[in-house]
Design a binder for this molecule. Structure first.
Ligand code: ATP
Ligand code: MG
Length: 471
């Protein structure tokens, strides 16, 4: 078994070895290479101490000296070769200059270490350095993440990581309860890796998660966010179910548990709220905003549940409620404002039905937002796919008609917001209207007229309207 190391990684390992230290590629990059997946990043583990690493490389950043991590900057080799080639071919000097300063590649080089207890943040409270690779591998979370490789030693696999990779198993290194007590986030990482790789969690490891899930209350929102996002964007978002059955969502997102426990007796539905949510996540593209929107789109239903005279379950006002809850959860998990804004808007409008007529579609684009309207269409499609097949054909026909009209509106560059209204604030000022409330009202009235009928979006019509309005 061998791994094709990138040139820069080979070079870093060679430099460390020449200086008398030991060094290996380690962790996620070894796992991903063995699975024929492109690693996100290449981490290197070494017996050299941080100060020694810094002395050996020209360009370094003190990423986490206390925890043994130095980032080494390397010039990408392929870029150097490419630049040389171009210089040879007498490409313009300007071009050659650009090519000779490519973006730096970064590699985290970390000293072999033994971890103390982890803090709420990214790093353990105390670490001690060691010159023993085995000690370093022992501190890692799962067997498949605890392998090291260099060309001389081949794969170092002290915990049967290869076997677990082949079997498709996530297994804690050593005693799972101890490992999760050191760092509770590892429980979410277990489920996240199961979702990314399509693996099973080994029984003892799973049992330990069920027992210790409550300790996730000590973990910061940021760290939980990272793992949640990787899970929902994976090929197996249905592993949300495993987060629920292991008791993890009970701690990080109890609102989801309520959804899992709310049935929907209604012709349009065939699943509980939670199962409908999971199926809708599977039905949508694996983009962050879309997957999060599906996760939250019906999460307010349990709080809006009524049984009506028709004998069916109803959830009036659930979209607003779901949007409120989504905002709460996203804030709790420290998501950025742009994600919070997009997801909550999509959740709020996920159930908004548009009649397939151009004026209604233009109004809806204005209301929902031009930026997220294509996402809204995808959300609707995924929502329908996760409902019962009652009236599915009609629902899809309406949606497809709306999609066609949307495409036409975009193609024709029809006005759907003040940005493209034929009259601007400046034009109104020339007509003697001062900026302020009144101007705002007039612009809005004009936009309404144009949304209704796009042929009105010209100066002549709108100035005429203004004249009559003031009389
Ligand atoms: P990803 O594909 O998300 O990068 P990864 O396994 O590389 O997955 P990283 O967070 O980049 O995850 O960590 C690199 C390696 O460090 C892991 O493979 C694992 O060996 C170790 N590691 C990371 N986080 C922990 C943790 N919380 N507890 C123990 N070991 C960890
Ligand atoms: Mg990684």
């Amino acid at each position: 078994m061998t791994i094709n190391l990138p040139e820069s990684v080979k070079k870093i390992i060679a430099i460390l070895k020449q200086a008398g230290y030991d060094a290996y590629a380690v962790g996620g990059c070894v796992r991903d290479s063995l699975l024929d997946r492109e690693p996100d990043d290449w981490d290197i583990t070494t017996s050299a101490l941080p100060e020694q690493v810094k002395q050996l490389f020209k360009r370094t950043i003190d990423t986490g000296i206390k925890h043994g991590t130095v980032t080494v900057l390397m010039k990408p080799d392929s870029m150097k070769a490419y630049a040389r080639q171009h210089v040879k071919e007498h490409i313009k000097e300007q071009n050659a200059k650009e090519l000779s300063s490519p973006a730096w590649e970064t590699y985290e080089v970390t000293t072999y270490r033994i971890d103390g207890e982890y803090e709420d943040s990214r790093h353990p409270k105390e670490v001690s350095f060691t010159d023993n690779l085995m000690e370093d591998l022992k501190r890692r979370d799962f067997t498949i993440n605890a392998m090291a490789f260099n060309e001389e030693a081949g794969i170092v696999d002290a915990f049967s990581g290869m076997e677990d990779l082949k079997k498709g198993i996530i297994r804690a290194v050593g005693n799972p309860e101890e490992r999760f007590t050191e760092d509770a986030l590892r429980m979410m990482r277990a489920v996240r890796f199961a979702a990314q790789l399509g693996y099973e969690i080994e029984e003892e490891t799973k049992k330990a998660i069920k027992k210790l899930a409550y300790t996730l209350k000590n973990i910061s929102g940021e760290r939980i966010q990272t793992e949640l996002v990787k899970l929902v964007m994976s090929n197996h978002p249905e592993q949300m179910r495993l987060l629920y059955t292991t008791g993890v969502t009970g701690i990080i997102m109890p609102e989801f548990d309520l959804a899992m426990e709310t049935e929907q007796n209604h012709p349009h539905h065939c699943y509980s709220v939670g199962e409908h949510i999971i199926h809708s996540m599977e039905a949508v593209d694996n983009q962050k905003v879309l997957r999060l929107t599906m996760l939250f789109h019906d999460i307010g239903k349990p709080l809006k549940h009524t049984v009506e005279a028709d004998g069916y379950d109803h959830f009036h006002g659930h979209a607003e409620k779901s949007a409120d809850i989504a905002r709460d959860i996203l804030k709790r998990l420290k998501f950025d404002n742009d994600t919070i804004d997009r997801v909550t808007r999509l959740v709020l409008y996920h159930d908004y039905k548009i009649e397939p007529e151009k004026k209604y579609v233009r109004r809806a684009i204005h209301k929902i937002g031009e930026d997220i309207f294509p996402d809204y269409l995808q959300v609707q499609r995924a929502d329908i796919a996760a409902q019962s097949d009652y009236m599915r054909k009609e629902k899809l026909e309406r949606l497809e008609a709306v999609e066609r009209l949307y495409e036409e509106i975009i193609r024709n560059q029809e006005c759907v917001s003040l940005k493209t209204l034929a009259l601007k604030g400046d034009d109104l000022m020339e007509e003697g209207i001062k900026p302020g409330r009144e101007m705002g009202i007039i612009l809005k009235e004009m936009l309404e007229l144009v949304l209704e009928d796009n042929t009105r979006n010209n100066r002549k019509f709108l100035l005429e309207y203004l004249k009559n309005r003031n009389n």
